[in-house]
Each structure stands twice: as structure tokens, then as C-alpha cells.
Design a protein around this ligand. Sequence first.
Ligand SMILES: Nc1ncnc2c1ncn2[C@@H]1O[C@H](COP(=O)(O)OP(=O)(O)OP(=O)(O)O)[C@@H](O)[C@H]1O
Ligand SMILES: [Mg+2]
Length: 375
Amino acid sequence: MAKKDKILMWDETVFRDPEVFELDYVPETFIHRDSQVQSLKYVVQPAMRGMRPLNALCLGAPATGKTTAIIKIFEEIEKHTDSVATVYINCQLNSTRYVVFSQIFQKLFGYAPPSSGVSFKKIFNEIAKHLIDKGTAMVIALDDINYLFHDNEANEVLYSLLRAHEEHPGVKLGVIGVLSDVGVAYNFDQRVNSIFLPEEIHFPLYSRKEIREILKNRTQIGFYPGVMDDDVLEMIASRVEAAGDLRVGVDALKRAGLNAEMRASKKISADDVKKAAEKSSQVHMRQAVQALSDNEKLILRLMAENKGEALRAGDLYEKFKADSKLGYTVFHEMLNKLDSIRIINTDFTGKGDRGRSRKVSLRYDAKEILKLLGR
Ligand SMILES: Nc1ncnc2c1ncn2[C@@H]1O[C@H](COP(=O)(O)OP(=O)(O)OP(=O)(O)O)[C@@H](O)[C@H]1O
Ligand SMILES: [Mg+2]
């Protein structure tokens, strides 16, 4: 029978386990992060023995395994004891103090607090009472805490959490902050600095060899044997190293697999990888842009319409104001955020005047950004 369409039959696929190429997949084997995992254990260990856990700050570039390390540790704690509650909070999605505490409440009680009419203080009291009554210690991970830096929420959240044991004696609570460190110094306010003395846990970039091993591991679980040869994998490893972002590699594996299937092939070719690589290199940008507010997207749109070229912040603001009516301070905060999540570059030469004269430019191709924003 002649093959009419050059496509694999539905039951033929290169993917043995497609899940492993999704970005939220938690890998079974987590290699090259032993010392970081050890440090995290050290930090949470006191809680396992009925003491107050230490606080920590995980620092490292994107895709260096910070989130994965926390999830792994939390899984282990939950497996071994009922006397330590773990709460994982993604600050990108939960970016105010009220929402953060609602999440903590939900984890402890199994249902959400009323969404209105209850003060933050009341929620906090309930949480503290529950912990004391049950004798439970708690470790809270605030992942991507940079998303809380806007509007001072990070300081409010940390201050409340770190002082919990003073307001509610008997509460044993530790905080693990996670900061995608992109060269911008983190700045908590004085009140927080005086009580937040975290163990700093650094997550360095993976070397080429480490990248190769991590990706190889994933292809072995995710693809059928023989689908991907080492030299093709090496092409991906080299692109990952250049991009400094492991996610690019995981995404490229998935796309390359799909490309091979499109050609009705059970083997991924160098060409499948090349085709995949361009899209995959934008994986960070796509994830980050989708999570932005309308006004933040407006800033990006205006920059992209200027072909992404460097603009003075003050000039950009004039355009922005025409559409949004927001004040300069809010705009300035939004620029800082876009810089901190590495969507734009800002140079800090023009310091005075809240940086009106500093130059801002896009880190990604303007056309791709416009496409993503739906134009
Ligand atoms: N050591 C490792 N072994 C296997 N997979 C890894 C390892 N480190 C990272 N990954 C994978 O790379 C991707 C990014 O990892 P993770 O989300 O933990 O990074 P992150 O440091 O939290 O990044 P970000 O700062 O952007 O949030 C995930 O898909 C994860 O499974
Ligand atoms: Mg993360």
C-alpha cells in the first residue's frame, strides 16, 4: 500500500513518553545539583526536628534548576513527615501579599479563604493558630520572588512571614526565596534586611558536559531507542550552551521530534533540529510575555513598533502616556520589571530624573514580539 500522506500513522511515534519534554515536567533524575540539594536539606532540617527552619535564598540564572530543586526537596519532606508543611508559591501568578497568604491558607486547610471581606490579618491568625495547635513547622518557597518586587509586595510578604514567630510565639516557619538572578542586585528594604539573613544557595550555569548529560538523560526516557543520535544531540547541547538556557534544549527536543514525525521519519535529523532551534530559542520570551499585564504588553508593543531600537525612557513614556494615562513612576516600575525578567535592556547611565534619559531596547526580535502580541 502506497503511503499517501508523508506522516507517521497515529500509533507510530518517536515519543515514548511525551510528558518529559514539557517545561513543567519534574525530572526523575536530577543530576549536577547535589551541593544545592544538600544546602536546601541543611536549611529545612531543623524543621524535621521540631525547630524553626532556616531561611534561604536560591540565586541563579533562568533554567539552572532552582524550581526543580525546591520541588524535589518538598516532595521528600512530605514523604517523610507530617509535622512539616511545605507551601510552594509561584509569585509570577500570586503577586500580592493577600494572595500569597491565601495560598498558604489553602495548603493548610484544603480550601481557600473567602475571597473578600476577610482581612489579611485574620487569615494570618488562622494560619498561625493552626500551626501552633498541630505543632506543625512550615517551609514556604517564594519562587520567582522578583515578581513581588513591584509595588513593594516582596518586602511586605517577607516582613510578615519573618516576624510570624514574634507575633505568634510558637510558630516555626522558614522562607526559601528564589530569585532568578540576572545581574540586578536584589534590594529588600531596611526592615527586611535586618531580619532576613538567608543562606545563599547559588545555582551556576550548567557546563556543556552537564547540559549534554541532562539532555541525554531526557532523550533516553522520552524517545524510543535510536530516535536521536549523539551527534544530533550535541547540536542541541551547543545551542543550549550559547543561549545559556536549558529550557531551549528541552523545547528543541520536543520540536525536533515533531519535525521528524512530520517527515514520517523515526529518526531525528540535523535538519529537524535546525528547524526546531529558531522557535526554541524564544521559549523564554514567549513564556514571559504571556504573563505580562496589558500595560506591560503595551510598553513592549511600542518598543517593537520602533523596531526594538534603543529609545530614551522619557520618549517612550510620552508614547505610553498617550494610550495608558498612567504616571511616570508606574511606568518606571514596569520598565524595571521588564528588565529584571530579561525582556528588555536598560542602561543605567542616565540616573537622575528616575532614568528618563536612560536608553531602553528590546532583547528579542521586534517582529517576533509583535507576532506574539497578536499583530
Ligand atoms: N539538573 C537537571 N536535571 C534535569 N533537568 C533539569 C536540571 N536542571 C534543570 N532542568 C530542567 O530545566 C528546566 C528548567 O529548570 P527549573 O525550572 O528548575 O529552572 P529555574 O532555575 O527554576 O529557572 P527560572 O529561574 O527561569 O525559574 C526544567 O524543565 C527542568 O526540568
Ligand atoms: Mg523557576
